[in-house]
Design a protein around this ligand. Structure first.
Ligand code: RP5
Length: 180
């Protein structure tokens, strides 16, 4: 079933177009579970007015969850949370200099009073942000609760099908007297 893009429930915001390669995994996970989404790159420091405009209209436009991805100083998720009462899920992007530890700490360390639900750095965080969004939407929409339950059930079946481990044909040689 195709996702109805005209009424997005999840808004994915990116600090830069360069975050899209990773955040596509978020969008495709939402798509897989038939949750309508939209994505825009609106930098909090390069285009703050456009970001405020987007967030001011978000609820009225029917969005129910914001997923915000940013790298480095990564203030985008915090600014989103400051400007909208919608739940904000933050995804730290891997950065060139500090491998995303900077992004993670920036996003996770929101001062008390304005929460951002923070996910893992990079692709796992992108996917989990989508899954968490579906799980939250499932509280209100039974079809998303079912879709999420189905996803989890299939995932469990897949890993259990592939749980037996064997040695390769040529097991690695090991010196019985050494633990190295
Ligand atoms: C952040 O700076 C973005 O979220 C991105 O992760 C990082 C680098 O942005 P670009 O210089 O590639 O636009 O604002």
């Amino acid at each position: 079933m195709a996702t109805d893009k005209s009424k997005p429930l999840v808004g994915i915001l990116l600090g830069s177009r360069s975050d899209w390669e990773i955040m596509q995994h978020c969008a495709s996970t939402l798509e897989e579970l038939n949750v309508p989404w939209e994505a825009q790159a609106i930098s909090a420091h390069r285009a703050p007015d456009a970001l405020f405009e987007y967030l001011s209209a978000a609820m009225e436009r029917g969005l129910e969850i914001i997923i915000a991805a940013a790298g480095g100083a990564a203030h985008l998720p915090g600014v989103c949370a400051a400007k909208t009462p919608l739940p904000v899920l933050g995804v730290p992007m891997e950065s060139a200099s500090l491998k995303g530890l900077d992004s993670l700490l920036s996003i996770v360390q929101m001062p008390g009073g304005v929460p951002v639900g923070t996910l893992a750095i990079g692709k796992p965080g992108a996917i989990n942000a989508a899954l968490l969004a579906v799980s939250i939407l499932g509280l209100k929409y039974p079809q998303y609760r079912l879709a999420y339950e189905e996803f989890r059930k299939n995932q469990t079946a897949r890993v259990l099908l592939d749980r037996t481990l064997n040695l390769p044909e040529q097991p690695p040689k090991r010196n019985l007297w050494s633990w190295e």
